[in-house]
Ligand binder design. Structure first.
Ligand code: DP6
Length: 325
């Protein structure tokens, strides 16, 4: 009863920002992402009769506290699906994320955990079922089941049975690149979970955000299908700015950006005025992800690395979905 799975992280081009059900993790809007090859998690799960509780090692260190609890609560779901409530597991995870690349590991982490645990306990899940299960660990993780571009369909059912990701275009559809620009790996910040909750509960801009999603989604999918970098970049950048605008309207208001965040955003816009196509997107933190085309890799990376306050820049290509080792 042992299985190993590998999952890559993803970057949202249309953001998931808001839940309609906090327990089942059901979103208030569809989101769309690109899975990245550079950053991944490999997880081995072994269910064993002799264990009295779960044990979890991350990069060879035993994990306790809230991070451990989130993993066991998730495994309870897997156990209940398999009707084996008393079967505990040893979980060993390795995060292959370049030092301080500025990515949360929850997307690749929960996708690898869900895939390995489901297989180890003997559940035979389709990709949609696996995505649905993964969603309940961390919302954004449900998109990492697929390589390339994936859309998380919010669904309508109260039980979440129609809320899972589907593939929009495979990994080899289009070679676009994403640079992760790290400004800070330490800033104490409001988690995405807490930030989106406060926004839903208090921000008067939230309705405007939700209203803007259907047209962004329709146009970005057309842009992806046509490999139109301008369309995809413009929509991704505008969508990110609208998500961050909702946080300024929340009570109390909050923002994820640092001085350096704005400096990088302006540098990306300056590249465009020099004729280099590049666009930014930002998650619930200060670091910036920059989209660009392979033919501009040298100039884009060089410019980003020279911006004052930038700690490091790592680049990534489109990545693959779940694999089993
Ligand atoms: C800003 O997936 O981390 O990165 O479902 O509460 O675990 P939970 O939240 P999480 O939120 C990600 C928010 C985001 C946008 C996105 O990835 O779509």
């Amino acid at each position: 009863m042992k299985a190993t799975a590998k999952a890559h992280t993803n970057i949202a081009l249309i953001k998931y920002w808001g839940k309609r059900d906090d327990t089942l993790i059901l979103p208030t809007n569809n989101s769309l992402s690109l899975t990245l090859d550079g950053f991944y998690t490999t997880t081995t799960v072994s269910f064993r009769q002799e264990l009295k509780q779960d044990v979890f090692y991350l990069n060879d260190e035993a994990v306790t506290g809230a991070a451990f609890d989130r993993v066991t609560v998730f495994l309870d779901l897997v156990r209940s699906m398999a009707e084996k409530p008393d079967l505990f597991a040893e979980i060993k995870s390795t995060n292959e994320v370049p030092t301080a690349a500025g990515f949360a590991s929850s997307a690749s982490g929960f996708a690898a955990l869900a895939a390995a645990a489901a297989r180890a306990i003997g559940l035979d899940l389709s990709k949609s079922e696996l995505s649905q299960l993964t969603r309940q660990g961390s919302g954004s993780a449900c998109r990492s089941i697929y390589g390339g571009f994936a859309e998380w369909e919010q669904g309508e059912n109260k039980d979440g049975s129609d809320s899972y990701a589907v593939q929009v275009a495979p990994q080899n559809h289009w070679d676009i690149r994403v640079a992760a620009v790290v400004l800070s790996d330490k800033t104490k910040r409001i988690s995405s979970r807490e930030g989106m909750k406060r926004t839903v509960d208090t921000s008067p801009f939230f309705d405007g955000w939700i209203g803007s999603i259907p047209s962004d989604l329709k146009r970005i999918k057309e842009g992806i299908a046509a490999r139109d970098f301008t369309v995809v970049g413009e929509i991704a950048e505008a969508n990110c700015l609208r998500m961050h605008a909702t946080t300024l309207g929340a009570a109390p208001p909050f923002m994820y950006w640092l001085d350096g965040t704005v400096t990088v955003m302006q540098a990306v816009q300056a590249m465009r005025s020099e004729g280099i196509p590049a666009y930014f997107t930002i998650d619930a933190g200060p670091n910036v992800k920059v989209l660009y085309l392979p033919e501009n890799e040298d100039v884009v990376l060089q410019k980003l690395r020279h911006i004052p306050g930038v700690q490091n820049v790592t680049s990534s290509k489109p990545g693959q979905g779940i694999t089993y080792l």
